[in-house]
Design a protein around this ligand. Structure first.
Ligand code: ADP
Length: 289
């Protein structure tokens, strides 16, 4: 379990990258959702004991961040941009990380690496050079390195960016398996990444926590805020594009899905929000305030 209390971070001369963030993460997978610049990576780097906060308290399974060696052993981290030497094989790379993590017994290290390669379904590619791997394979090796040493907590920063839709689905399912008996924190700016796999969500924007709760609570943020109307070309052209969420052309005209506190156009009817609508409504309300 991760407990975060009044956490703030400012980089030198910068604005607040995190501002008074308090929340807890339990076992299972939580999605950390927010647009670029929201502070997600900053929060994750602090939790991985790679970056010191400006103020606030964090404990992971009761241990405070100050005991950084212990924290690093408890936390597996896959950064947003991580580099693997392209000439190395996947297995050699994992062996190198295993040594860096202090798994000194060679036989034990080999055994764990084989187990992890099987878990991420890379046994067949393990002895090929990393430069021959697809984006999804690299991310799976990334997860395997984060899981070396069996950490209780797994932190993955925007892992699906750059993956094709099939790889994205496979990668999300892999994370779901790992979240059965540990705390997994997945950051993303894509709602679909959390939709089917996360039980909980925390939404951030501009360094602040906007909400935390289950997915139904985020979806409910869009209630009374989503509208649909069938428009002709002239009506559609006159509509403020910022209000349009999606469109679909049908023989009767353009079915237009819009957001707004009131009907954006005469004749629009309120419809059930999706999770994405809830997220957009939350961000737009915050912006309008
Ligand atoms: P996210 O991961 O949600 O995109 P980040 O944590 O990367 O957000 O960034 C939050 C804010 O902190 C942004 O305004 C960003 O420009 C700033 N920031 C991030 N890293 C640094 C850094 N090393 N030095 C200065 N400012 C930074």
């Amino acid at each position: 379990m991760i407990t975060i209390e009044h956490l703030s971070k400012t980089y030198r001369k910068g604005a607040w990258a995190l501002l008074d963030v308090s929340l807890t993460f339990d076992k299972g997978m939580t999605g950390l959702l927010g647009p670029n610049g929201a502070g997600k990576s900053t929060l994750m780097r602090i939790l991985a004991a790679l970056l010191a906060p400006t103020s606030g308290q964090v404990t992971i399974n009761g241990i405070s961040l100050g005991r950084s060696e212990e924290i690093r052993r408890m936390v597996g981290y896959l950064p947003q941009h991580f580099h693997i030497y392209p000439q190395m094989t996947g297995r050699d790379y994992l062996d190198y990380v295993g040594v860096m993590k202090g798994i000194t017994d060679k036989a034990a290290r080999r055994k764990e690496i084989s187990r992890l390669l099987e878990m991420v379904n890379l046994q067949e590619k393990a002895d090929k050079k990393v430069r021959t791997y697809s984006g999804g394979m690299k991310q799976r090796i990334g997860i395997a390195q984060a899981l070396l040493g069996s950490p209780d907590v797994l932190i993955v920063d925007e892992p699906t960016a750059g993956l094709d839709p099939q790889e994205r689905v496979r990668f999300r399912n892999l994370l779901t398996r790992f979240s059965m008996n540990r705390t997994v924190l997945l950051s993303t700016h894509i709602v679909a990444d959390i939709e089917s796999n996360c039980r909980k969500v925390a939404v951030m924007n501009q360094g602040c926590l906007l909400m935390t709760g289950d997915l139904a609570e985020l979806q409910a943020c869009g209630e009374g805020y989503v509208w649909e109307a069938v428009l002709n070309q002239v009506q559609f052209a006159a509509l403020d594009p910022a209000l349009v969420v999606s469109t679909r052309t049908v023989p009767e005209g353009i079915i237009c899905r819009m957001t707004g506190e009131t009907a954006p156009i005469y004749g629009a009817v309120q419809v059930e929000p999706t999770l994405e609508d809830g997220y957009l409504a939350l961000l737009r309300r915050e912006r309008d305030e």
